[in-house]
Design a protein around this ligand. Sequence first.
Ligand SMILES: [Zn+2]
Length: 299
Amino acid sequence: MTTPPICNYDGSNYQKSFWERSGREYEDRCEAIALKRLLPRSGKLMLELGAGAGRNTPRYAGFERIVLLDYSRTQLRQAQDRLGCSDRYIYVAADIYHLPFVDGLFDAATMIRALHHMTEPWRALQQVRQVLQPEAAFILEFANKQNLKAILRYLLRLQDWNPFTLDPVEFAELNFDFHPKAVYGWLRDVGFVIEKILNVSHFRVGFLKRVVPTGLLVFVDSLFQWTGALWQLTPSVFIKSHVAPHMSRGLEIPVDPNAFFKCPQCGHKPLIEKRDHRVCPHCRREWRVRDGIYDFREP
Ligand SMILES: [Zn+2]
């Protein structure tokens, strides 16, 4: 089974260095507003893909249980420190191209600031759709290559790549910006129905963020977010979609989280529960459970 390259934040202090120490309050607050507008009010089991250190997790308060998935164990440990270990949160280290969950399990999912690390985003979206119930909500954020700054730079010949073409642009290693139409196409191809689009972070410009009060920028951004229905020219775009009813079969959500999992390599379920690992009875691979983290990265 092949795996595209994965952006791994293991050992990184991304939460502190990117979010807390580099003036990202404006972006964080704009995202909070967009999420509030798009999230279902309540639900049973949410899958947070690319959860990182759990920055957004408290915003899913309407959900009974939340599975935080990230490739990085370091990030998940920081999330544990922030959120604590209770039955409400389940921490899973896994590769998004091989999700370790049974089909039709979750009644909602989010993927915020994660798609832009993927070389094969359509493959990841296919995996997400498969683990969702029919009509489950999916909130996806992506980095938009067709943003105003990129368009201006292109027109002024300060940038060689074309923001209007559908191909992704890799602006740094394993960091991609996508064209909105490409993302909508992938979503539809794998079985999602798009409901709503919001434009987010209109004023992601260092100068503006320094001179205009953050509260004012956030307020104006929140008004402009609704223009997502008409055009998409912001660096960040949020999409709410749901699984087309015929594309998935629902599952009664098990009480025991052990019943959530399948073998990410061979797809077999259920796995056999051992004290500090799970065993796949079909391919005999063993998956570690350590410090409250289910680790499905390598057998
Ligand atoms: Zn297996």
